[in-house]
Design a protein around this ligand. Structure first.
Ligand SMILES: *[C@@H]1O[C@H](CO)[C@@H](O)[C@H](O)[C@H]1NC(C)=O
Ligand SMILES: *[C@@H]1O[C@H](CO)[C@@H](O)[C@H](O)[C@H]1NC(C)=O
Ligand SMILES: *[C@@H]1O[C@H](CO)[C@@H](O)[C@H](O)[C@H]1NC(C)=O
Ligand SMILES: *[C@@H]1O[C@H](CO)[C@@H](O)[C@H](O)[C@H]1NC(C)=O
Length: 216
C-alpha cells in the first residue's frame, strides 16, 4: 500500500508540471498568432483601393498583398471602361508575364498563375491570380501601366509562414495533455479496482496484487 501512495504522489506532481508546461506554451504562442493575424489583414484590403485623385485614370490601383504560404493571392488594376491598352505585368522570380486588357492574351502562362480581364459596369479590370503561393513567390511585383498615363502603380506580394507549426505544436500539447489525463484516470480506476479486488481476495493471491501495483 505504501508503494501505491508514492506512485500516486509522483503522478500528481507530474500532472501539475505538465499543466505549467502547457500554460507556458500557450502564453508563448498566443502573442505570435495575434501578430500573424494582424499581418494577414492587408490581404482583405486589396479590393478596396480608392480612386487616387492624383491619377484619375486608375479606378483600382494594385495593392500590396500579404498572404500565408499556400493561400491564393489576387492583384487588381482597373481603369475606366472605355480605355484600351491596360498592361498589367507580373514580375515573378522565375519569369515575367504581361497581361494586356481588354484582349487578355498572355503567352505561355503556368497553371498556378491566372491572368484575366474583367469588364465591370464602369471599369476595365486586369487581374492576376496566383492560385497557391509558395515562398519563392515572396517579393513578386506587379506593375500596372495604362497607355495614356505615365503613372505606373506597383504592388508587392509578401508570403509568410502561417504558423501551421505552432498550430500543430498546440494541438499536440493539448492532445498529449488530455491523453495523459486519460491514462492517469484509467490507471487510477485500475488501482481503485485492484484495491477492491484486494479486499475481495485478501490473502488468496498476494503475488498477483504485487504485479498489479508495481506494473507502473
Ligand atoms: C484599406 O487600407 C487603407 C490604407 O492602407 C485604409 O485607409 C482603408 O481604410 C482600408 N480599407 C478598409 C476597408 O479597411
Ligand atoms: C494600343 O495598342 C495598339 C497596339 O499595340 C496600338 O496600335 C494603339 O495605338 C494603342 N492605343 C493607345 C490608345 O495607346
Ligand atoms: C523581369 O523583368 C525585369 C525588369 O524588366 C528584369 O530585370 C528581369 O530580369 C526579368 N526577369 C526575367 C526572369 O525575365
Ligand atoms: C519575404 O521577403 C521579405 C523581404 O523581401 C523578407 O523579409 C521575408 O523574410 C521573406 N519571407 C519569407 C517567408 O521568406
Amino acid at each position: 500500500m505504501e508503494e501505491t501512495m508514492k506512485v500516486g504522489m509522483r503522478k500528481h506532481r507530474k500532472v501539475s508540471h505538465i499543466c505549467l508546461l502547457v500554460l507556458t506554451l500557450l502564453q508563448l504562442t498566443a502573442p505570435s498568432s495575434e501578430h500573424l493575424q494582424s499581418h494577414s489583414k492587408p490581404a482583405e484590403n486589396t479590393t478596396t483601393s480608392a480612386p487616387n485623385p492624383v491619377a484619375l485614370s486608375y479606378r483600382t490601383r494594385p495593392a500590396d498583398v500579404t498572404v500565408a504560404v499556400g493561400k491564393p493571392a489576387v492583384f487588381r488594376c482597373g481603369v475606366p471602361k472605355a480605355s484600351t491598352n491596360l498592361t498589367f505585368t507580373f514580375y515573378g522570380n522565375h519569369r515575367n508575364y504581361s497581361l494586356t486588357c481588354p484582349s487578355g492574351y498572355v503567352e505561355d502562362i503556368p497553371q498556378a498563375l491566372y491572368g484575366s480581364c474583367d469588364m465591370k459596369k464602369d471599369e476595365l479590370l486586369a487581374v492576376w491570380t496566383l492560385k497557391g503561393t509558395s515562398f519563392s513567390d515572396n517579393g513578386t511585383r506587379v506593375v500596372c501601366q495604362h497607355s495614356e498615363n505615365p503613372d505606373a502603380p506597383a504592388a508587392v506580394l509578401h508570403v509568410y509562414d502561417d504558423g501551421t507549426s505552432y498550430a500543430i505544436l498546440i494541438g499536440c500539447t493539448i492532445g498529449g495533455f488530455f491523453g495523459i489525463l486519460l491514462v492517469f484516470g484509467l490507471s487510477y480506476t485500475m488501482l481503485l479496482r485492484s484495491e477492491t479486488l484486494q479486499k475481495c481476495f485478501r490473502g488468496k493471491e498476494p503475488e498477483d496484487m504485487n504485479t498489479i501495483v508495481t506494473k507502473e
